[in-house]
Design a protein around this ligand. Structure first.
Ligand code: SAM
Length: 342
């Protein structure tokens, strides 16, 4: 018995606990405990419970779990944030992931509850999770101001965290103008202007998104303003640009829709101009990167898209006259692919 006890399947046991750990993080974030601890910590459990309006016994257990998960510190004075909680978990942290955490709790969690049905049926589960059949993924997000704000905050938090690595993965100085198609809040666009102050940067997104961007604009003055244009990239004319960016856009769609979009871009793209993709790029054998492979399940439960490998992206791009496809794995959440129109 002692021999089998020594060989605990710790990886499997950790995975079995994964959902409890995720939910503990989500609930502590939703209750803004990291925000209170940043401004008022160290605090005892009873003080956090009073600030938040929760039970003392439940709050103490949640805080202790967060300590054990490495999110908080506990001393005789009480609980306080780790440095990483201050940076990533507070809602105003420099690289706050608060928006994505709330999106994960409120939107992705109900969808993942239906993962079994998604796998059985091979299709998205919005109708089961939210009782509404979505004709279009983004109509589903933009039907209410609250859901739209939450989705945009989620996109913004990851875009802000990855923007520098995406913008610097390749030297883009040859491109005088850039259009970030589906560029949402403009987080990547602002980073591009920081790095290439002479670049003319346009963000193109659906009218519902463009109407809601002001909340997400940086408070400091940028070197040059980002231009925001509203439209539908499947139907409307695309703004002119030397470089078209598609960041976390292609993974939302099936190949047929991607062909429509890439052929539209190809039609307006002059030789020497390019496309830059930012996506989680899978390895060709699709076996090594659990974050990206789990993200592909995330696409299954809510879209008709999926994550793809470098060869799959190369194949899609080459069919539309884009060559010299270069793939850079950044080590950040998003990788970058650059190609040039021949
Ligand atoms: N590029 C951003 C990023 O990486 O954070 C946002 C990615 S989000 C997954 C996809 C974006 O594409 C959303 O902002 C959405 O509004 C936009 N989008 C979806 N369908 C669109 C369409 N038909 N025309 C223009 N934008 C669209």
């Amino acid at each position: 018995a002692s021999e089998s006890a020594a060989k605990l399947p710790s990886k499997i046991l950790d995975l079995m606990d994964g959902f409890k750990a995720s939910k503990a993080l989500f609930v502590a974030s939703k209750l803004k405990m990291f925000d209170y601890l940043k401004t008022k910590g160290p605090l005892k459990a009873v003080d956090v419970a009073n600030e938040v309006g929760t039970s003392v016994c439940g709050t103490e257990r949640l805080l202790d779990a967060c300590v054990a998960l490495g999110l908080l510190e506990k001393t005789s004075q009480g609980y306080s944030n780790t440095d990483s909680a201050n940076t990533y978990l507070t809602s105003d942290g420099e690289y706050s992931l608060h928006g994505y955490i709330i999106h994960s709790n409120d939107h992705l969690w109900p969808l993942f509850t239906n993962l079994e049905s998604a796998v059985r049926e091979g299709s998205r589960q919005n109708h089961r999770a939210f009782g509404r059949k979505a004709e279009d993924l983004f109509k589903d997000y933009y039907h209410s101001q609250e859901v739209k704000q939450r989705f945009m905050a989620a996109m913004h938090s990851i875009a802000h965290l990855t923007a520098r690595d995406v913008a610097t993965a390749f030297d883009l100085s040859q491109f005088k103008s850039t259009c970030d198609l589906g560029g949402c809040t403009g987080a990547l666009a602002h980073e591009l202007i920081q790095i290439y102050p002479n670049m003319k940067v346009t963000v193109f997104d659906l009218p519902e998104v463009i109407a809601n961007i002001s909340y997400f604009q940086p408070s400091e003055q940028c070197a040059a303003p980002v231009t925001f244009v509203s439209g539908d990239f499947f139907k409307d004319n695309l703004p002119e640009a030397d470089l078209y960016i598609l960041s976390r856009v292609l993974h939302d769609w099936p190949d047929e829709k991607i062909h429509v979009l890439l052929s539209k871009i190809s039609a307006v793209c002059k030789p020497g101009c390019g496309i830059l993709l930012a996506e989680m790029v899978l390895d060709d054998e699709k076996k090594n990167r659990s974050t990206a492979l789990l993200q592909s399940l995330n696409m299954l439960v809510q879209t008709e898209g999926k994550e793809r490998s470098g060869s799959e992206y190369r194949g899609l791009l080459e069919q539309h006259g884009f060559a010299n496809v270069k793939i850079k794995l950044t080590g950040n959440l998003l990788d970058v692919i650059l190609c040039i129109k021949t």
